[in-house]
Design a protein around this ligand. Sequence first.
Ligand SMILES: Cc1cc2nc3c(=O)[nH]c(=O)nc-3n(C[C@H](O)[C@H](O)[C@H](O)COP(=O)(O)OP(=O)(O)OC[C@H]3O[C@@H](n4cnc5c(N)ncnc54)[C@H](O)[C@@H]3O)c2cc1C
Ligand code: FES
Length: 360
Amino acid sequence: MATESFVLKVLDVVEETADAHSIVFEVPEDLQEQFGYTPGQFLTVAVPSEQTGLAARCYSLSSAPHSGRHQITVKRTVDGYASNWICDNLREGDTLRVLPPSGIFTPRDIESDLLLFAGGSGITPIMSITRTALEKGHGKVVLFYANRDESSVIFARELAEMAGEYADRLVVVHWLESVQGLPTQEQLLSFASYFSSYTAFVCGPAPYMKAVSDSLKELGFPRDRRHQEKFVSLGGNPFGDVEEMQAAAQTLADADDHEDDDEQPIAGPIAVEVELDGEQFSFDDWQGDKVLLEFLEEKGVDAPFSCREGNCSACACVVLEGEVKLKHNEVLDADDLADGIRLVCQSLPASEKLKITYNG
Ligand SMILES: Cc1cc2nc3c(=O)[nH]c(=O)nc-3n(C[C@H](O)[C@H](O)[C@H](O)COP(=O)(O)OP(=O)(O)OC[C@H]3O[C@@H](n4cnc5c(N)ncnc54)[C@H](O)[C@@H]3O)c2cc1C
Ligand code: FES
């Protein structure tokens, strides 16, 4: 069940740079299927805390799925709690509670030519995508990788090795702030303009992502060839039981943070059709008093989720018919919303009938 957490053993800890550690988990044979992942997806880990019991944080897998490895890479955040705890404390043989992989920052077609933009720790999902595309696909990969200085470049050696091994398919451009300053939108646009038929993925600090994203839009990259992943910390606890999370969701509902004021929730009952992992589900009694994720869980549907807060996109679906009202949304941008993407953990009914798919 996607709702269950698992205790995984740390197989190895690799010091990638002075402030970034990779953690390799041992995934036992009976959990292999559950922990299957696509490049670009993330794990959610429960970092122990004396203050709150635990702090839940998402970390992208930097390994490639076909390697059989489950490796996350954590960079210290200045004054951050969980990232520093992991880098300071986690050692080989330790254990950590982990939720199975999720997320939508993943190429639909690994054969596509890829234009990848990474900044700092944003290299993590991009590394998984790069490794997979080179080793499992046949397309070209261009990586623009921005960092503060040479010592902060995570995976510098592997990238150099890959660029040698796949010289006809991989180009890596390192951009160092210490040498060139921050990349401007004009520079990013000029770079991207050489690869305007590629599929783009971007992950890094917010201003960098915005500059890349605006450049891609200006160059006419269609929505289905522009993908971005935001790194934010979860405020709640997806490791708790459902009642606890429902209470947290209710608190959120009570807060005045409505994201799309055009849509108003309706009372129900609503007819809902759901397509998930090749299965179809139909219900006719979704009431307006609970979010769609909660309703599906009550019906026994193994719907994906992680944060339950509108922060991570693990629960993202595409609305095929009808509409929902999102209570809170930290991850979907205007283009995602225009494409019908919605967060099931934040969805309240806004039409008499709703049809969604998780296969979009
Ligand atoms: C999809 C996704 C993928 C991500 N992938 C990566 C990745 O690959 N690599 C990476 O480095 N980051 C990644 N991140 C970011 C990561 O999840 C964290 O946001 C980041 O590590 C910063 O967390 P932090 O706790 O160190 O810092 P902060 O979240 O800034 O820490 C401060 C917070 O911790 C709380 N806090 C302080 N002390 C305590 C305590 N004792 N107990 C409990 N709480 C406390 C404070 O209230 C405050 O809210 C990803 C995020 C997302 C959403
Ligand atoms: S579960 Fe994280 S956004 Fe819905």
